[in-house]
Design a protein around this ligand. Sequence first.
Ligand code: SF4
Length: 711
Amino acid sequence: MAVETKTTCPYCGVGCGVIARVDDDGAVSVKGDPDHPANLGRLCSKGSALAETIDLDGRLLHPEIDGRRAGWDEALDRVVQRFSAVITEHGPDAVAFYVSGQLLTEDYYVANKLMKGFIGSANIDTNSRLCMSSSVAGHRRAFGSDTVPGCYEDLELADLVVLTGSNLAWCHPVLYQRLAAAKAARPGMKVVVIDPRRTMTADIADLHLAIRPDGDVALFNGLLAHLAKTTAIDENYLAAHTEGFGEAFAAASGMSFPELMDRTGLGASELRQFFGLFERTEKTVTCYSQGVNQSSSGTDKVNAILNCHLATGRIGRPGMGPFSLTGQPNAMGGREVGGLANMLAAHMAIENAEDRDRVQRFWGSPTIADRPGLKAVDLFEAVAEGSIKALWIMATNPVVSMPDADAVEAAIKACPFVVVSDVLKTTDTARHAHVLLPSLGWGEKDGTVTNSERRISRQRSVLPAPGEARADWWQLSEVARRMDFSGFDYRSPAEVFDEHAALSAFENDGSRDFDIGDYAGLDREIYETLAPFQWPAPLNGSKAPASNPPLGGTKPDSARRFFANGGFYHPGGRARFVAVTPAETDRTNAEYPFTLNTGRIRDQWHTMTRTGKSARLSSHIAEPYAELHPRDAIDIGVGNAGLIEIASPHGKAIVRALITQRQARGNIFVPMHWNDQFAAKARVDALVPPLTDKFSGQPASKNVAVSARPF
Ligand code: SF4
């Protein structure tokens, strides 16, 4: 008899519920889960094609050591032996984990616990560093915690939705569908899209602002200065719940209007239209994504946006608030367990001695990392320099996705000991591994993920583990046990989740935002049937928080929000305005006269290791390409579909020209997906310099100076 299982899509941060059906003959099909609050039955093209990506072609089905088949015992012993030898000889900071927003929360939790509490280093960073770490830093500066205040329903309730640095139509398609449906039902709703390109998202925009790359701080500073002259400022909210408005206003108002036009590349009437819309519309949501985060000024951009919402008190109430849209399926879950090198578990701070002591006591660990570890770019530079001598990479493909990707590949190649845990045998990264560990893929693994609106959902296994593949939390626990560490005797992801939930509530008097303590101590059956729930999950003693579904239930819950009545997490409970000033952003010169922006396309995911298996998905856009303006195409002498070589001081890529008026002059867009197996010499991240935001360490994957010529 066919079996249907409720699970969650493994791609973007929308976190859609999926019903996976396995027929008697083993055939798998998927449909959207109508009960899941994120998507209410919808799926996008990627989610709909999940069943086309789960075959065993190219799968890593057993451990390997130096290219030969090995048993688990031998492979794990090798990992332990080499890591232990490096730690003994060079100290704990000579090893590192590079993990992923593709991991489930349970995997992420064990990795973080092992590295920070037992090995004693914070050298665990994640590809989420490339995704949303500037939002984390911005939230912490403004709110005192990494809290996303709103929920998806706000996009439907808003009268104005501002999308900045977000191609929602392609990168968060189901959320875009929800927004488009809401706008169709309520045409008075306005949408503003701020993006150098006129993307598909702009098709529903009332106003498209083709901003200069990295012009966002100037734009939102200009908005704050404008709002301060109007009645849109919420004086009561400012006085009761915030501090630092004066300094932020002074920084924001130091720019003349002509200077604002110059820095943003926008006309006077466009700016006035946007400012007027924002001023007049109380129910405003500002969504931001990688166009904001992936910048050398990403954190300042985030705070420039948050400043405008704090100044108007438009935060945490239905239909209003700033909203960071995470790229990955579990970037938020990673944040909850402290998966970034500068965080501790359960939203505690590694710099805070009390937090470190609390986590160490909870874990009963022999040590605790007492300072932030290396962030992604620095981590791979340390590998290149030789100070990291053993590296474990899980569920990610940095040879394609890291900035300065050729240098990252050289570093991994030269590293004395590299472990890769993955589902595929031959990714661009896996081919440099000394030990390969076969992991479970979507449909096989079991655990939880958290989406952009802080909703925790179960991913469930519907298929047996293929070959000898095992869960990542199991691999990590086995290594920990073989290093003689106690506290890793987990028999299931449910036991890991239980510990994670208990830690969130441990000595938490309400001073920490992340608390899912009601979900600790669930019996196994409830964990298995756990319905999606959103935090905050208040401790009301009933094990069934009022606005969340009964444990084990299936009905959607109502939306939950933070900060409508203040209650921020800085000492004193006030939010902080951050005074920000725009940095110089034009990086072009005579040799590299174009500005490259990288990003996603609708039907591929990350480095195509999974979506590349679906012919249907690849038929949307079959080849890597560069979008450029017709006048720029004439200037460099390339015709539509002609090959062009794009180069920076760091690398080159050869792609097809797509000539379109949607692109702003002087700008080139190239997707980030193609790996060497699908298209030689199209790894666009090889061109991106290792330039990072000074607060978050997030790389600037946009605004790269490049040259372009026919190939
Ligand atoms: Fe999956 Fe995102 Fe598409 Fe939803 S919108 S089906 S989570 S890729």
